[in-house]
Design a protein. Structure first.
Length: 349
């Protein structure tokens, strides 16, 4: 009758003393003291004679004695005759012979059924040296999976990292430019917030072409800090995108190399002049620096000094101002346009 192991539930053949699955002692009923110790004997495996050898065959002593006692004639026994007289049994797969007790166990067992000896096949294999290519293969597979995932995303998501990299590069470049002159950048920021400016002086003013100026008017009146004005005839030949309209004059202001930060202008005649309402008022002007683009500025109809925030970027020696358009006037308004004052400002040095 098969024996069921109480430790692992495995099935063992009748007469087994140790579980062939977990090596638990089967003869111990669990009551009383501890299980009897297991004695492991190191016995070399027996050498089985083969049929091809001529070694003598050892007969069962009981059979020999019974033959002699009965008086039967003794016949030499050969291996072939013994094999012929042995009952024929079905030969199954040969199990492993226990080197400790010599018991031939059924195939596939981890422990000997008699003495509990652990066979070599039951010993877990020791982990060997790690495969140097295993991590590389896993990393390559991971990269391939990431690439496949990115390809499956919409274009906006795929280019998102590129856009973020460009923005970061621009910010880093701007930071480097700012750090290059940190004292100057901090100083300019303070001047801009506190609105501290200094007057650019001296400034020389002239008009190109000179013939656009009304007789008796002087371009120097634009920078003399008085209520005198400069007046020109307004007869443009066409419209302009920026700067002086074709057929009109352009004011040129020259000075020492300075970075211009602000411009203040009084359009039209001074408010104390009774002829102010009889002339056209400038609506749009264009400001140009040497080698720079034209900046368009819209003026209102007010008679006050109008501030214009600008930045030449670098030190320049001249600024050009041209009237591009005027506000419509009454039918009897004279085709004249005037500027009373132009003031250039920069940050304190």
């Amino acid at each position: 009758m098969d024996v069921i192991c109480d430790a692992c539930g495995g099935t063992n053949r009748a007469g087994a003393e140790f579980c062939v699955h977990c090596n638990a002692f089967l003869a111990w009923d669990g009551s009383g003291g501890a299980a009897p110790p297991t004695t492991v004997r190191q016995v070399p495996p027996a050498t089985s004679p083969t049929a091809a050898t001529d070694a003598p065959t050892v007969l069962n002593p009981t059979v020999v004695n019974s033959t002699v006692a009965t008086g039967t004639a003794w016949t030499p026994v050969t291996p072939s005759s013994v094999t012929a007289t042995m009952p024929q049994t079905e030969v199954g797969p040969v199990g492993e012979t226990c080197p400790s007790c010599g018991l031939v166990n059924a195939p596939g067992l981890r422990f000997c059924a008699h003495c509990g000896y652990g066979f070599a096949s039951s010993v877990p294999e020791q982990p060997g040296a790690p495969d140097p290519y295993a991590d590389q293969s896993a990393a390559a597979a991971d990269r391939a999976a990431r690439r496949a995932y990115r390809r499956s995303l919409p274009p906006l998501y795929r280019w998102r990292r590129v856009l973020v990299s460009v923005v970061v590069a621009v910010l880093v470049l701007g930071g480097l430019l700012w750090v290059r002159h940190p004292v100057r950048a901090a100083r300019d920021t303070w001047y801009r917030v506190s609105k501290q400016y200094t007057l650019v002086s001296p400034v020389v003013a002239f008009v190109v072409p000179p013939t656009s100026t009304v007789p008796g008017s002087d371009p120097a009146a634009l920078v003399d800090r008085t209520v005198r004005e400069w007046t020109e005839t307004w007869q443009p030949t066409s419209a302009t995108a920026c700067g002086a309209a074709p057929g009109t004059g352009e004011i040129v202001l020259t000075f020492a190399p300075t970075r211009i930060r602000r411009l203040q202008i009084v359009p039209g005649l001074d408010k104390s002049n009774p002829r102010r309402s009889q002339q056209l008022l400038p609506q749009e002007i264009g400001i140009t620096y040497p080698g720079g683009r034209c900046q368009r500025v819209l003026l209102d109809r007010g008679d006050r000094q109008q501030p214009i925030r600008l930045d030449s970027g670098v030190r320049v020696t001249s600024v050009r101002i041209g009237i591009g358009s005027v506000y419509p006037g009454a039918p009897d308004t004279a085709q004249l346009v005037s500027l009373t004052e132009v003031v250039l400002l920069s940050y304190p040095r």
